[in-house]
Structures are given as C-alpha cells and as structure tokens.
Design a protein around this ligand. Structure first.
Ligand code: ADP
Length: 467
C-alpha cells in the first residue's frame, strides 16, 4: 500500500466503499421485494380460496360446482374435498402429493420435485352437516422466477458496476489531484533550474489545494525577495570594500617606493600588501559571483583558440608551481576551438591549477590535459597532493567551503605568513567560480579524489566545429 500513489489509493478506497454500498443496497432491496412477493402470493391464494366458496352450491340435496373452480385464476389450483379427504371437484398441480393432511386456515410450504408450493386449506359448509375442505395450491417457484432473473441480472451487473466505479473514480481522482501534480512539477523545476521566479499559479479557487498553491506562491515570493536582498547586499558590500582596499594597496606601493625604510618595516609593509591583495582578489571573485547570480555579469562569447589559451594558462602557472618544487606536465591537443568567454576560460584553468599547486605535494607533479572528441572538449588537472575526503568532496563547490585539511593547512601558513598561501588567496570561492564558468559554457565538471594520493578535476564543454 505504501508504494501506491495517492491517486491509486483514493481510487481503491472509493471503489471498495462504492461496492460495499451497492451490495448493501441490493441486499436490502432484494430481501424486501422477496418478502413482498411472497406475501402477495399468499394474499392471492387466500382470495382465490375464499372466492371459491361462491362457486360451490347445494341444490336439490346435492353439491353443484361452478366450472370457474377449474380456471386457475391468478395461477391458483383449486380443489374441493369431502371430510374423508376424497377429491370431489377441482384441479391439482401435476405430481402434487395428495396425501397431505388438511390444516384449516394455515398457509404451508410443500415441495414437489423441483417446484415449491404454498398450500392453503379452508373448511366450508354449503349446507348444515355438509362439510367440505377447499384447498388452494400456488407455485412459489413461478412467482420467484422473475425475482431470480432480476437477482441474476444484478449479480452480472455488479462486477461491471464495480469496474465502472473504479474507472470513473480514477478519472475523478486524477482530475482532482491534477493541481497537486502541477505543484510537484513546479517545485521540482524550481529545484532543478534554481529559478525562484517561477510560480505555481493555479489561480483563484476555494479548495484546500488552491490555498496550498497560493501559500506556496507567496512563500516563494518571500524567498525570492530575501535572496535578491542577500545578493544585492553581497554585491554592495563587495563593491564598497573595493575602494578602501585599493587605497591601502596604493599606500603600500607608495610606502615601499620610499627610500630609507628598514628591512623589518619593508617586510611588514609587504605582508600588509600581500594580505590586502589577497583580500582584493577575494572581493573581486565575490563581486563577480554575486553579479552572476543577479544575471548582471557580462559574458562575451566568441570563437576561441582553446589550445592557445590553455597553453597560456599553463605558462602562467608553471613558475608558481616551480616555486613549490612542483612540475607541471601538459598534454594539450592542437587546434581545439570553443565558443566561450576568454577571461572566464583562463580563470577556469588558473583556479584549477592554483588549487593543484596549493594542495599539491611539494616536489610532486601536476598533469594538465586537453583533447577533443566528436562534440566535446575535455580538460583535466590532476595533482598528487593531499586529496579530498569523501565527506568534503560533495561540498567543495559550495561558496566559502574549505575542507578541514586545507583549513589547517591555511591556519599554519597564516601563522607563518607564508607567501604561497597569499598568492592563492584561499577563499573557498575558486571552485564556485569554476562551476559557474562551466555552467555558462553549458558543460559539466566532476572531481575525483583520494585523500593522501591526489585529486583530478575533469571538465567537458561543447566544442566549436571547424567550418
Ligand atoms: P580555496 O580558495 O579554499 O581553494 P576552492 O573553492 O578553490 O577554494 O576550493 C574549495 C576547497 O576544496 C578547498 O578549500 C580545498 O579544501 C578543496 N580543494 C580544491 N581543490 C583541491 C585540490 N586540488 N586538492 C585538494 N583539495 C582541494
């Protein structure tokens, strides 16, 4: 029952209830009409027997019977007996047991072969000392026959009625639950497309489902508003922070350009400059992501030489990797063209390569590859560094998410003012941006990783066919 849909459950319930109802009504109707039929048969019998008294006369010292007695009026056989039980006049049904004793005024049942009869005996004295017994016999089987036909018909119709009820019930339930299916479809679409502007929009209605839909719609409106406010807030904050940070960076540059600074002071200013620089990059990323959320980020799609662009990104990262003693090995196929945004695609490679350097093993190796098949371009970055635990892996695409291992890594680096960490400007935003870039290019990306052995990020985007 648990696996059945609400529609099926309601149809079954409705059919069972209707069947029970129909059966109960039929049972009551048939029992009442059966009783009615039998009592009318008994009345007919009594009327015929008493009516027969008028057809028996005593004339000139002998009995005279009217031939009406033989007429089987109302289907009643009439027969007249003397008090010794000898048949004087009348008709009896074929095969009827004549030895049956007489009981004055009492209707009894008597079965002969397959036919059942009502029998009524009534004494009658047409003359003093002339006592007769008038017997009426009527077949109950005949009277019940028509009733039985109706009953048989009802039994044949019942399964048809049940099927009809089930089919009608199913369609009615489906119609009633159609708005529920619409609500589910809309909610699923909102989840899949992350489009909070969609509404169920069932319109005006007074039943519970319509009320539920309009409650959902107003809730969606509230969520959309608060999401918009949050995005606007992030965007505004990022924007506002940019100006003071630029001032700090400019002041650092100006200070460092001065002569006569002691080595210690110069080192301290450099630390401030690095931190401010890393903060500035984080804010730029945040601003870009919040603009992307609001659909305000301008994306320029053009046909690009992805091979050349990837080689540029590799060249840019080679030195940074080498500073950590990491080799960068590339396997980039020639002449790969894609339709995309140049800045974003370079950002994609840089973010993946930067992560590979940051979380890679000192003295290790990073592999970067790019090739194409019939429709798609596949790129990957693989390192042999700390890896990502299965628990963290599904969350690395979330904004500001940083796996525990990288946090502790960062923590120690921050204490040491390690320059490589500052270069990375570890923010937990890099992969969110990668994911957004991939979605803009209608591609897919996935990460596989084994803690302690390294990670591999593979993306696929549609390729631009060479004409
Ligand atoms: P971050 O700026 O912290 O690197 P990202 O969004 O780029 O932010 O990455 C999110 C988290 O995913 C990182 O903090 C790190 O824990 C994990 N991660 C990303 N790339 C790698 C990698 N190549 N190896 C190990 N962990 C990684």
């Amino acid at each position: 029952m648990k696996n059945l849909s609400l529609k099926q459950k309601l149809t079954i319930l409705y059919t069972v209830l209707m069947t029970v109802n129909i059966c109960a009504v039929l049972a009551v109707l048939f029992s009442l009409s059966n009783r009615e039929i039998l009592s009318s048969v008994q009345n007919r019998l009594r009327e015929s027997v008493t009516g027969a008294f008028d057809d028996i006369d005593w004339e000139d010292g002998r009995l005279d019977f009217d031939s009406d007695i033989l007429e089987l009026e109302n289907g009643v056989y009439l027969s007249v007996y003397d008090m010794d039980g000898a048949l004087l006049y009348g008709k009896i049904p074929y095969g009827f047991d004549q030895s049956m004793d007489f009981r004055d005024g009492q209707v009894r049942r008597q079965k002969t072969g397959s036919v059942e009869y009502y029998v009524l005996d009534m004494s009658y004295a047409p003359e003093e000392n002339v006592n007769l017994m008038v017997r009426g016999t009527i077949s109950i089987t005949d009277a019940e026959e028509s009733f039985r036909i109706t009953l048989r018909l009802a039994l044949i119709c019942l399964p048809l009625l049940v099927v009809l009820t089930a089919v009608l019930g199913y369609f009615m339930t489906r119609r009633t639950l159609r708005p529920v299916a619409h609500i589910t479809e809309t909610v699923l679409a909102i989840r899949e497309e992350e489009d909070l502007s969609r509404r169920i929009g069932l319109g005006e209605g007074r039943d519970e489902i319509y009320r539920l839909a309009s409650t959902f719609d107003s809730l969606l409106g509230q969520i959309e508003d608060s999401m918009k406010r949050e995005k606007q807030f992030t965007s505004d904050v990022s924007h506002e922070l940019r100006t003071p940070l630029s001032v700090i960076l400019m002041q650092c540059d100006a200070l460092l350009a001065r002569d006569g600074l002691s080595g210690e002071v110069r080192e301290e200013i450099t630390v401030i400059q690095r931190k401010a620089d890393s903060l500035s990059r984080m804010i730029s990323q945040l601003l870009l992501l919040s603009r992307a959320d609001q659909g305000r980020e301008k994306v320029t799609m053009e046909i690009l030489d992805f091979t050349g662009l990837s080689q540029m990104a590799a060249a840019e990262m080679e030195g940074i990797a080498a500073a950590k003693g990491i080799r960068l090995e590339t396997a980039i196929s020639p002449d790969i063209m894609v339709r995309g945004d140049e800045t974003l695609l370079i950002r994609l490679w840089l973010n993946l390569l930067q992560n590979a350097v940051t979380y890679g093993k000192e003295g290790g190796c990073i592999h970067m590859g790019l090739w194409e098949d019939e429709d798609m371009v596949t790129g990957y970055v693989e390192d042999d560094g700390i890896g990502i635990s299965a628990r963290d892996l599904p969350h690395i695409w979330e904004r500001f998410y940083r796996a525990d291992s990288s946090r502790s890594n960062n923590g120690s680096s921050q204490n040491n003012n390690d320059s490589s960490q500052d270069n990375n400007s570890s923010s937990g935003l890099g992969l969110s941006m990668v994911q957004w870039i991939i979605s803009v290019h209608k591609g897919t990306i996935q990460a596989v990783s084994e803690p302690g052995r390294g990670s591999r990020f593979t993306f696929r985007i549609p390729k631009e066919k060479k004409s």
